[in-house]
Ligand binder design. Sequence first.
Ligand code: ATP
Ligand code: MG
Length: 355
Amino acid sequence: MQQYELAVLPGDGIGNEVMPEALRVLDVVGAKHGVRFEYRHFDWSCETYKRTGAMMPADGLARLRDHDAILLGAVGWPGVPDHISLWGLLLPIRREFDQYVNLRPVRLLPGVTPPVRDKQPGDIDFWVVRENTEGEYSQLGGRQGEGTPTEMVLQTAAFTRRGTDRIMRYAFELARKLGKPHVTSATKSNGIYHSMPYWDERFAAIAAEYPDVTVDQDHIDILCARFVMSPERFDVVVASNLFGDILSDLGPGVTGTIGVAPSGNINPERECPSTFEPVHGSAPDIAGRGIANPIGQIWSAAMMLDHLGLAEAGADVVGAIERVLADPSAPRTPDLGGRATTADLGGAIADAVKG
Ligand code: ATP
Ligand code: MG
């Protein structure tokens, strides 16, 4: 039997409530497909920070490295500044394991009411591929002339050839793999002088390697409007770090599903583990009550299955989520308008996977 070793980091708040549901679904889908998952639990969180002054032990990254993938819940808690949880755990993992793709599906699920109401499931079904390591989020720059009349701050974006080409290739490969024939590039070369014309240039060069995939490019402003007004036009959208950050929250927002949206921080070559985590945070306002929606975590686990090459198992889990959401008599957590618990909904999805 094929076996995978997974690092499990539930993190803070509802991360601890939704993670068990994802593991329960993994056990069921694993049994069905002849795959075994071995879980190693790490309790690194804001609690760890309060106790020890660090989000994870000094050898934390080394201890994660040998796993096939990392499943993360949510980190962050009131009283611990965001930069501590980010720079103390999430960003070091992304950087150390060269997780240069941030991938999010944008899909309208059945039984979920989108904010733009005339849309049906199937109308909104595409992927946002965000560059995750460079671009606008660089540490280049700094303050000059502080306290003087000429005080100013420079923030420099860095786009390397390697970094730009590899994210674009990933987008085109994804389009091919999914049988989605179209890639849209998020740009702003009419306003940003150096980096975005380069981005366009590399997009054209990589597109030439994929003659079977059609392309277009939208400036980020109109692209945002089109996410809302005409989401049917998109299959795969590739974007720089900043633009991708914005689009990858706008996408789930348009589908009315921030609470159920999944994401992957991916090292496509699988030389290092990739991290799969729900888009939502630790939700302190509902934590401890057992009412969090576990779908974001379960769908993240499905993305992990895809990444590990277990595409049929991944599709099984996504299909189960869709069937449960489409069934008016199935349990629903309060965010979906029902009164069910996290475990009720997780159990229903696990049962649906069993078939
Ligand atoms: P981040 O940690 O990313 O900064 P945040 O503070 O922006 O997160 P969340 O923790 O995601 O936000 O919470 C935002 C709102 O969404 C809260 O009201 C929370 O209760 C709700 N929410 C988030 N995740 C879920 C979930 N899985 N089920 C139900 N409600 C959720
Ligand atoms: Mg928060």
